[in-house]
Design a binder for this molecule. Structure first.
Ligand SMILES: CC(C)(COP(=O)(O)OP(=O)(O)OC[C@H]1O[C@@H](n2cnc3c(N)ncnc32)[C@H](O)[C@@H]1OP(=O)(O)O)[C@@H](O)C(=O)NCCC(=O)NCCS
Length: 178
């Protein structure tokens, strides 16, 4: 893993796809805290294709991963570049210290500066007030309610953070990406 930054004494890293142990720690942390059960292929899909968009935070003493964010970027309908935040989890005893906010900020900044994304999207359960507050504080807006989106039957909100003018223009009026 390569160290990106240190905030309040905690080191933030970019994931290294060759590190099997950290892959296991990440998938375990997520499966413990997210309601949706993801298969190992989902983790590999994200982590192998977009390792530059997986960031972790470690406890400086134990060097165990205590927080992770996993995202991807892809063209949307071949007219906009869209970032997508797939998973975000912070270990229970480290919550409410701004760690998730730092991971989201890092993701948004890199998507903007390195890949010129036009918008960033994600889904979260309608009952996940913590996540909704967190994302809405960055300017994400609720654009859709997805009925029984999750396997636990809960509905989801789709949230979008518009970044460029393209995000505010109807798809029909946008030129195709090269
Ligand atoms: C949601 C989660 C990632 C937040 O992590 P965190 O590190 O505690 O979040 P932060 O400390 O950066 O909080 C930033 C803001 O989010 C909001 N927030 C976070 N947790 C909250 C909670 N439990 N209740 C209400 N608001 C909350 C607040 O607005 C907070 O700002 P504030 O501290 O100024 O009040 C964490 O609770 C978690 O891992 N939950 C389980 C997994 C999950 O739900 N992931 C999101 C799926 S989309």
């Amino acid at each position: 893993m390569s160290l990106i930054t240190e905030i309040n004494g905690l080191p933030y890293y970019q994931f290294d796809p060759n590190n099997q142990d950290e892959f296991k720690q990440i998938s375990k942390l997520i499966s413990l805290h997210l309601s949706e059960p993801y298969s190992i292929y989902v983790y590999w899909y994200f982590l192998n294709n977009w390792p530059q968009y997986c960031y972790t935070v470690k406890d400086p003493d134990t060097l165990k991963i205590i927080g992770v964010i996993i995202s991807k970027i892809e063209p949307h309908r071949n007219v906009r570049m869209r970032g997508y935040i797939g998973m975000l989890v912070i270990e229970q005893q480290y919550r409410k210290k701004g760690i998730a906010s730092n991971l989201v900020k890092l993701t948004i900044e890199n998507m903007k500066s390195k890949d010129d994304v036009d918008e960033i999207m994600l889904e979260t359960e309608v009952i996940n007030q913590g996540a909704l507050n967190l994302y809405e504080s960055f300017g994400f807006m609720r654009t859709k309610r997805l009925y029984r989106y999750y396997l636990n039957t809960h509905d989801a909100y789709r949230l979008i953070l518009p970044i460029t003018d393209k995000a505010r223009t109807r798809i029909a009026f946008l030129p195709q990406l090269a």
